[in-house]
Design a protein around this ligand. Structure first.
Ligand SMILES: Nc1ncnc2c1ncn2[C@@H]1O[C@H](COP(=O)(O)OP(=O)(O)OP(=O)(O)O)[C@@H](O)[C@H]1O
Ligand SMILES: [Mg+2]
Length: 247
């Protein structure tokens, strides 16, 4: 891979909590414009990896560069600048509970960008339409179902049009139809806006729709990587388990 095409470069990263080694020398390279998917059992370290990429967790060793900048050891100010370019869909919606849906969506726009009130309004409505929640614009998060909160979290992650989006289980807890719509949205964002993404999921349909490259995480490193078609033919026991729906 041409190094100029690599937007996220994770090299030999290790992260432990006490004596629990979660990541042990993990590496991956994410090409500009690609949508990569990470599979793996619950508690194996998928969310830890995503959090490390945006500097929310700090690995003990290794290197993580995003757009050529070293994230490990980066100062808060630079991290904040870098994060303007990264949308993050948290596994558990993580909305601001005291703000309406509209205010939740306005937040990244007011924080990072100089937009007029009309432009802000337009963007908020556009994003809510994209996730099918225009009607909920003035609701509080407590009035929404889990799946609705998830969709608001997704709209908020992409509203500032980041170059990179990290999705942590974007379809978990959604009905199959909404889940499929979200997966298609992730794919369309890649196609139409060139967004580079990493998606953590346990969802077969989401993986099929979204993935350019699929990685399987186990025992601290990636034990497998390949396309969806490759994965279907793979002898890897975790790949087989994934297709049987038992991961
Ligand atoms: N802040 C933390 N402090 C201590 N341990 C942590 C912390 N964050 C994660 N861990 C531990 O790291 C391991 C990996 O957690 P992680 O959340 O990455 O799992 P996961 O692969 O995302 O699982 P799931 O599919 O259930 O979301 C778990 O054993 C978890 O308890
Ligand atoms: Mg997780």
């Amino acid at each position: 891979m041409n190094q100029n095409d690599v937007l996220i470069d994770v090299q030999n990263v290790s992260k432990s909590f006490g004596d629990h080694d979660v990541l042990t020398g993990l590496s991956m390279q994410v090409r500009r414009g690609s949508s990569d998917v990470i599979l793996g059992r619950s508690g194996i370290g998928k969310s830890v990896l995503l959090k490390s990429i945006v500097g929310l967790l700090i690995p003990e060793s290794g290197s993580i560069t995003v757009k050529g900048q070293q994230v490990i050891g980066m100062k808060t100010r630079e991290l904040n600048l870098l994060r303007q370019n990264i949308g993050y869909v948290f596994q558990y919606a993580a909305l601001y509970d005291s703000m309406t849906v509209r205010e939740n969506l306005e937040f990244p726009l007011r924080k990072h960008m100089e937009l007029s009130e009309d432009e802000i309004e337009e963007r908020v409505v556009e994003q809510l339409r994209l996730v099918g929640l225009e009607e909920s614009i003035d609701k509080m998060p407590s009035e929404l179902s889990g799946g609705m909160k998830k969709r608001v979290g997704l709209a908020r992650a992409i509203i500032a049009k980041p170059e990179i989006v990290l999705y942590d289980e974007p379809t978990a807890g959604l009905d199959p139809i909404t889940g499929r719509e979200i997966s298609e949205l992730i794919r369309d964002l890649e196609k139409h806006f060139g967004i580079t993404s990493i998606t953590v999921t346990h969802d077969l349909e989401c993986t099929r729709t979204v993935a350019d490259t699929i990685y399987i995480l186990d025992n601290g490193t990636f034990t497998y990587s390949g396309s969806f078609d490759d994965l279907q033919r793979a002898e890897d026991p975790l790949a087989k388990a994934f297709f049987l729906g038992i991961t």
